[in-house]
Structures are given as C-alpha cells and as structure tokens.
Design a protein around this ligand. Sequence first.
Ligand code: CA
Length: 692
Amino acid sequence: MLKQIGLALGLACSLLAASCQKPGGVDGDRIVAAEKNGEWLSYGRTYSEQRFSPLDTINAANVGQLGLTWYGDFDTDRGQEATPIMVDGVLYTTTSWSNVYAYDAKTGKQLWRWDSGVDKAKGFQACCDTVNRGVATWQGAIYVGTFDGRLVKLDGKTGRKIWQVQTVDKNLPYTITQAPRVVKGKVLIGNSGAEYGVRGYITAYDARSGKKLWRFYTIPNPTGAADNEPSDTVLKNKAAATWPGEGWKQTGGGGTVWDATVYDPDLNLIYFGVGNGTPWSPTARSDGKGDNLFLSSIVAINADTGAYVWHYQVTPNDAWDFDADQPLILADLPLAGGARRVVMQASKNGFFYVIDAKDGKFISAKPFATVTWATSIDANGRPVESPTARYQGAANMNSMPGPYGAHNWHPMAFSPKENLVYIPAIGVPFSYQNDPNYRFMKGAWNIATNSRINGLPDDDKAREATRPFLTGSLVAWDPVKQEARWTAPHKYFWNGGVLATAGDLVFQGDADGVLSAYNAHDGKVLWASPSAGQGIVAAPMTYEIDGEQYVAVLVGAGGAGPTSAHFYLPQVRTTNGRILVFKLGGKASAPAVNVSIPDPLDLTDVTSRGDPAQGAAIYDGFCSVCHSANVSGQFLPNLRRSPILLSSEDWKGIVFDGKNASRGMAPFKAFLTEGQVEHVRAYVLSEARKRP
Ligand code: CA
C-alpha cells in the first residue's frame, strides 16, 4: 500500500509536472488530481470534501509512535475552527478574527502573518464566536474571507495584500466565517448573520481581478425588486409563493450560506447549504406559514453561470435554527441498483441525508442522533413532524436536537475504503418558546424566541443531574444501510472535526484538548495525544513532505458551544490558540497552557440601583448569545467573577461606552440606555450571589 501511494504520487506529479514543480501553482486539475494523492489543497482537502487522505505512512500499526514535531502560537484566545491547507511545503491557516499564518510545513518556521485589521467592536455580531475556517489557494495566491465581510487576495509567498473586495453591505450585521473555495478561476464566498437580520447569498469573484461575476440569493428580495442575478428566476417561480407575511421583509429573512460549498467537476455543479431564517420563530417571520424556500436547504447551481439547477429543502418552515449549512460530502456510493453519485449531509436537524448529486432527488434519510421534532422523513423527502414540534403562542416545546444541532459546522469525513461517514455528533436538548416581547432591532440579536429558559440550574446537584442529557460522540455511519456501525462517546458535547485516512485511521480532537486516533473499522482508540490544555473544535488535516506524513490540528475552544454551554468545564479563561503538528517519532513539546481560574468576588457591600428582573430580559436578548444563558463563559471572561461587576462606573465604561471594544466587546449604547445597562449589572450580581 505504501508503495502504491508512492507510485500514485509520482504518477500524479509526472502527469501534472508543471503544477507539481511550480510553487503555489494550484489550479482545478491539481485539486482534482489530489483525490488520488496526498495533497491538502482546499478546505475539505479536495472538491468532494471527503476529508479522506490516501496517505497511509501513519497507519493503524504504527500510530502509537505519533509525537509532536512542531507547534505555533497564535495571538488570539478566541475559538479556532480552521482547517489548514498545505501547498508546496507551506502550511496556511487562519485564526479567529480572520488573520492568516503561513508556516514552513516541515519545520514550523513562521514565514509570514497577515493581520485582517477587523474592527473588534464588531465581535458582538458573531452568533458563534469570531471564528474563521480557513483559506483557499489558486495560482500562487491565498484567499480569505474576513469577519467584516471582505474577500482578500494575498500573495502566497509574502502575505502581501493584492486586492480586497467588500462582499456585504457594511451597514448590515453580515459577517464571514467560511473558508472560500475556488472553482474554475472563481472564488466562492458566502456570509453569516441570520440570527441578526440579513439576506443570505453566495458570490463568485474572478480570482485574478476580484471582479464580481455573479451572486445567488437564497431567498426572495424583501423589497420585491429584481436583483439582476442568476437567482432571480427561480426565486420568482419557486420561492416567492412560500413566503407569506411581513416579518421577514423587515429582517432580511436570513438563509445565509456560511459553510458547506462543494464542487462536482463531472457534473459541473456547485452545491451549498443554506441556513436558518431571521428570526427563528416562523410566527414572527412568515406568520408561521410557508416552506420559506430556500431556507435550510441544499442548493445546486451551475458552476459557470450560477444558474439554479436543483434544491432539496431539509427543514421546511424551519422553526428550530436547523441550518442546512453542515458540511456536504460528494461521493460515489454503492447503493442497491449500482453506484450512484450522491451528496451527503448529517444535518443539524438530526437526520443523515443521501441526495442524488445530479438531480437532487431524495434517496434516503435516517436519524443519526436522538430526534424528537420529527418521526421520519417520508418517501418524498419531507419530514413527518411530531405533533408537538411547533411551538405556538406562549407554550414552550422541548426538542432534541436544538440550535447546536445533532451535528454542526464541525467537519465530518468519509472513507471510501470503509464506506463510512464519521460524524462529530452532538446531543443537547433545547426548549423553544416564542418571545412575546420580540420586536425587530436592526443589527442586534433577532431570534424571537426566549433563550433564558435554557439556563442550567444554579444548584450543583441539580446541574449535575442534567449532565446525561448533554452528549457528544464520534459516530461511524453507514450511509448505504443508514445505520451506525460504531459510536465512540465523548465526555463533553462540543468536540472537534474529523479526518479519515487510508492508514485505517480516524482522527478527532475533543473538548479536553486530546487528539485521538481511532481504528476506522471498529472505533478502538489506537493513540491519544496529551491534552493540549484547551479544547479542540477544529478538524485535523494531514500532508506529506519528503516521505514523512504529518497530522496538524488547531487548538482553542470556541464557536457556539463553549460560548454558552461549556456547562461542566471549569469556568476559566484559556490562553491563545495554537497549531500542533505531529509525525511518527516526533519529539517536540509545547509549553504548558497557562490556565487561570479567577476567584469568586466579595460582593458583601456591592449594590446596584438596577432591577434584576428587567436586567434578566435584557441579558437574554443581547448578552446571552456570547456570555451564555448561565452567565459564565470559557474564553470570554466569567462575568460572575469579573471585577468590573464591583463598580457601576466600570461596568458602564465597558458595556455602554465600549472600553473593551479592542477585545471584541462592543459598546451597547446603540441599543441600550445607561439605566438598562445597570439593570443587566443587577441581574449578573444576583446570579453571582446565587452561584459564585
Ligand atoms: Ca443558525
């Protein structure tokens, strides 16, 4: 097998001599050729995004000898979600705040760093941390989408900026966390922000000039005007009638394309996932009616023109934040009746979908996690909802899964050797309830549901009793039989993305910062790294230089999970994120992570003129998304123990005036009065007294 891979690499390089020899000469042919060799040239390795590497120098027999060979420290303590790429000996990655690092992939020497210059006061418009998932490369250049909505082209050798384009309306709460992809010389980039109030789309830019080529909007234009884009026709003919009511016209409707983007060079199709609506509650969005196309859908468009080809709506009239942006994988599956090219998604809503890649026809779907909102997916591919699925009026509805999803953005991997998909699965219940006080507030958190009812009990015993209901696992899913072959449980629910290799290995990091290698066939743990000292949420990747195979992973907890639900992890602040790179016989060591646990505050003489009850409602609407329904925070300061709580003046200085804007804490004077800010302080004080 080793020899075969070596031959395959040699063959690929001799066939593609020009691109193999020329530094940075990545083009479509080379990305396609990488399906057969060990190169990692795009976010999901290749266009199919299987995250399966044919490298097998590290394998089930020798993985026990894996050791750290180099590491690099970043300059931010926010979450790290990126998958690096490796081109001609250079490893490129992004970090939170969309900065880019280039390393010598063999030695770890930092070659350059590019600072995105993002205004950190925009941090509050991150639903799920100020993360970034990575770069794209094309003909010597590196492309990155920035948190403030720019697409930037950098020189791959120097990190020098070549051009940048603004891809969003800066006056609206758009952000970018997605890694761009490059198809036929077009850089594809979407955006995020559907929890705040935007209208989603994906845009193609000319890789050379940055000129905008076309844009595909995912939902009708709320003004009724034509966009003069390839999406116009289908939005008019198929989508418009599915959007009754007026709520969405005020919010922008949502439907952002914030992650999955896959290309099939044979069918010349681009597939992408579309997210939830704004707000979450259909009652406030479209009078509770209509399918709301193309929210929570998988859409296929022509790779040249951006013209609509097909769509499959995963969750019609989504009420639960069931984005369908989770990673898509393109594969040829041995289904009954012969091999069939399919698009697969372990969707946030808990079902694993197999869809025909050519025409979008529904093939099959089965739950890969506990699902209570629907009982099954019918023959036409439509969910059969449970009688209790819809929350209406003031009643709340308890669901598995919830907004964390049964699977979120964390990359899954598909092994064509095993015909298994390895899913980083999540089990977290959620209670949905319409917020009777909801009114749209431009630029702010707009979900129209009440989050506070999801806070954990303050009492230790009662809190501990909820633990069995929060689960995380690695699920090896057979997409043909639609059933799990094996499941490896985790201690916490928010873990890392997945890599599969021809060495019969599956790699995944966890919330404890341990990177493990599993036997791809049976799930047995074959190797585990020492803890990195902080959680891993990113996916590992692998590459080969001079006959040696490397495995790289970013560490640094964050993203939606730990910001609001690291329920059982110590309430600490982590240090800056890091990249760790392993190889067989690696002997390096990284300095220990310096974890500080702040002491409880002495609140004996601390008073507030604010009203905790009013503060609780404001906190729910503006603060809980980042600081958690439990008023704590892992990489954000634990507010219950923050000294600024001691002084009304200090509190106002940060929350109202924005003295910590450079750390990502925006001034809230645009949304709240000084009195309201003090109400929030009174609420946090009351919480800190209950549970220091
Ligand atoms: Ca969402």
